[in-house]
Design a protein around this ligand. Structure first.
Ligand code: NG6
Ligand code: CA
Length: 513
């Protein structure tokens, strides 16, 4: 232990202790572990049997497990936008699933959860999946070979190690603090979402080069024997190896925690850890292959659990678990075949990725947005199960309360403080939850769920997911029919009217502080 460092840390943090012994800051560290596409039934603590998730189980046993928690949207970009900004993604028309060359969707002048905690004295980081665009102006205007800016730094993250979009989108590289990691300047990267690069083999033209074949789309640039959405050329030394993504990002997350150990720095940290698991292409490391009988999709869940374990182990080893609040959730619900022939459908067996819920990723039905949600803060949050209605939109409001840092007037207009509920001190539900899906919007209040009529497609034609769209209003009683089997709109037209009006009101007014 470096006593000199410790001394200055104590004094910097103003800890009033005689002799200046080891002292952590008063404010707890915050870690958000955000899984990709993990469904309500995909984890053991939510009923899964075909995959073991001991580390997530531990988090659940030591924390609060929510059964009624919602993401903001049933796909990634809008869901993350809502959680990080505290503004509903549908308040803007450019928050849909982002291309890998999209400009930054959260604008650089916007206030995020990271801005809030940075202002509150935290050291902040994002590690893993980003999928919120980079740079500004047109599509593909980023300088992939120089400083990619604006980026996470401009919206509150001191450190970043990210994938620009998703595992299945180019550019297939990690970006560390605004620069492509491990890039050889003599082999520059080019990215395009419109035009293939001459001479480069593609999934569509050279399927014989593929180790995993697409089932729909995903037939452009080939990287690591897997074809993707989008084209790219060059940057060979920087390309990720899918089998190693969990290792790469988990070790960066662990390193960040170690380097920012509050016992040394005197400052709390905030880590937003977005896993690549279990998004497609699902290519877990060989040590997880065969962890389940479900093939890559199941094995990727096991890999996710390992990543969670690494974070927990790091906190234990540094002795900072007691003063660290962990939130674990998922950006949207589950999907089985999301575009690659990875045996997910064939080997699913009895496993129910959505548990008892209907629909899945993309859907207005519950499985689209009702997600696992665990909160652990040893000593502060009493372990248990909570049925309170909660939403990820309240991250900003709740962390404002936690950190004592007020939110500026115009920021996070839709985020409320739900800290007592999140910490299990109260069973108080959110007044309502607004949900966005492919083609419509839904509104949940008490046990009622209203889905706005929509002429959009009823099925996602690629994944075969029921989207929950219907031309007539839908109303479900979630207390007796969580599987949304019986539409009771006709016999409860007063409830339909009430919920539709309330949704209209929320849409028409942004809350002001
Ligand atoms: C879809 C992709 C899907 C996935 C999704 C985004 C096709 C046919 N499907 O358009 O594979 O990438 O976008 O997923 O291309 S999300 O979790 O990041 O929202
Ligand atoms: Ca997702």
């Amino acid at each position: 232990m470096n006593h000199k460092l410790l001394f200055s840390a104590c004094c910097l943090s103003g800890a009033a202790i005689a002799g200046c012994s080891e002292k952590e800051p008063q404010k707890p560290n915050v870690i958000v572990i955000f899984a990709d596409d993990i469904g309500y039934g995909d984890l053991e603590c939510y009923g899964a049997r075909a995959v073991k998730t001991p580390n997530v189980n531990r988090l659940a046993a030591e924390g609060i497990q929510f059964t009624n928690a919602y993401a903001c949207a049933s796909t990634c970009t809008p869901s993350r936008y809502g959680m990080l900004t505290g503004q509903y993604p549908w308040r803007r028309d450019d928050t849909g699933i982002a291309r890998g060359d999209a400009p930054m969707i959260i604008r650089k002048e916007q206030y995020t959860v990271a801005s809030l905690l940075r202002q509150a004295g935290y050291t902040t980081a994002v590690v893993g999946k980003w999928h919120l665009g980079l740079g500004e102006g047109d599509f593909n205007s980023q300088d992939w070979n120089g400083l990619i800016t604006p980026g996470p730094k401009d919206i509150g993250f001191d450190y970043s190690y990210i994938m620009a979009a998703t595992g299945d989108r180019t550019p297939c590289v990690f970006i560390e603090d605004g620069r492509v990691a491990n890039l050889d300047p003599n082999d520059p990267i080019e990215v395009s979402y419109t035009t293939p690069f001459e001479g480069e083999p593609l999934g569509s033209t050279h399927p014989e080069l593929l180790k995993m074949h697409p089932s729909h789309g995903h037939d452009m640039a080939i990287v690591n024997g897997i074809s993707r959405i989008g084209y790219m050329r060059g940057g060979k030394s920087a390309l990720w190896v899918d089998e190693n993504i969990a290792d790469s990002i988990t070790s960066k997350a662990v390193r960040f925690i170690e380097k920012n150990n509050p016992k040394v720095s005197g400052k709390p940290f905030f880590l937003y850890f977005g896993t690549n698991d279990i998004h497609v292409p699902r290519v877990p490391h060989p040590r997880f292959v065969g962890a389940t009988d479900m093939g890559p999709r199941g094995d990727a869940i096991a890999e996710f659990d390992w990543s969670v374990g690494q974070i927990l182990e790091t906190l234990d080893r540094l002795g900072i678990a007691e003063n660290t609040l962990i939130i674990l959730s998922s950006d949207n619900g589950p999907v089985v075949d999301d575009g690659y022939q990875d045996q997910a459908v064939e080997r699913l067996g009895d496993h129910k990725p959505a548990g008892v819920l209907r629909g899945g990723k993309y859907s207005a039905f519950e499985a689209g947005t009702r997600v696992p949600f665990l909160v652990r803060w040893p000593g502060q949050a009493k372990p248990g199960i909570s049925q309170a209605l909660v939403s990820q939109i309240d991250l900003m409001g709740s962390l404002s309360q936690l950190s004592g840092q007020p939110i500026p007037d115009q920021a996070a207009p839709d985020s409320f403080n739900a800290l007592d509920t999140w910490l299990g001190k109260s069973e108080k539900s959110r007044d309502y939850v607004v949900l966005q899906s492919t083609g419509t919007m839904s509104f949940v209040q008490e046990n009622w769920k209203y889905i706005t009529p929509s002429k959009a497609a009823r099925y996602n034609r690629f994944t075969n997911t029921e989207l929950g769209n219907d031309t007539v209003p839908q109303l479900y009683n979630l207390s007796t029919d969580v599987g949304e089997k019986v539409n009771v709109a006709l016999e409860n037209s007063d409830v339909v009217q009430q919920l539709a009006a309330k949704l209209q009101e929320v849409k028409a007014t942004e809350r002001t502080r």
